[in-house]
Design a protein around this ligand. Sequence first.
Ligand code: PHE
Length: 330
Amino acid sequence: MNIQDMKKQFVKDLGQTGSQKDLEVLRVKYLGKKSEIYSSLRSLGQLDHEERKVMGAALNQLRGEIEAGLKSQEYELAQKEQTVLDFSEPGKKFEIGHKHPITQVYEELFEIAKTLGFSIADGPEVESDWYNFEALNMPKDHPARDTQDSFYIDESTVLRTQTSPVQIRYMEKHKPPIRIVVPGRTYRRDNDMTHTPMFHQLEGLLVDDRVTLADLKGVLTVFAKGIFGQDRKVRFRPHHFPFTEPSIEADVSCGLCGGKGCRSCKYSGWLEILGAGMVHPNVLKNVGLDFKKYQGFAFGMGVDRITMLKFDIDDTRMFFDNDLRFLEQF
Ligand code: PHE
């Protein structure tokens, strides 16, 4: 067969292919070891120099055209396969994500804060010893530092152990009246069922010239009932923090037993939810505020802990395992 005929035959054959399999058959027929092109190429050596040059070029061109033809037909067929729609096939379900339970609780807390007129502030997670401890009335040898075992970056730099340093940073820049909540990550060297090395807090700070402990109790009650439900009871106990005086802790009545006592509340009927108090005069002094004129209150809650209590989760580490079987429940 001469080259022109071969080309015509190929184009005809190609037009009749309907599948990838047909194409493979053509490939073997035209380019395989038993094909005419292959044997012609092999016998080029028997021709004289001029003939060989002309024939070789023509055969190679034909081979190139056949390869290109096969390729474009392969593409055409693949396109066709894809556009065959089966309307009876069930639709594909899209997986839609949702907010992490801790984010959900944060947003609820922000909502409550907003109704009380608080705005949101933030500060750095890598913090100086001054802001994290000293300015908060926790000098170097203060025993309370031991209860907040820290990750030190260097001698005077820590991963903040609490969001309280933002109290200082904010009061340095803003004059009273001050009314802020501060969400953020905090870090302590702890790791067990109820503690992870990284956890979340929400700090609150209010400073003005007529602030009392009664105001604090009112605000905390609104937060506690807003998060856990209006039917829950709230109580306050005296406590100690270096940066507040007096200091208190707030408990909410256990939702599982209604306050009668069960395993969840360690048979006390109450669940501890946060620490708080009236801003210590030394703290006001450290930011240059006249502590005779201004008072304030501050509070700090563990958002992971509150989320655990709210959803009755017993292992805080689950929040960070990224196991969808867990996260999808909230
Ligand atoms: N920073 C304290 C803690 O992490 C909580 C707290 C904040 C207490 C503000 C009193 C006032 O334990």
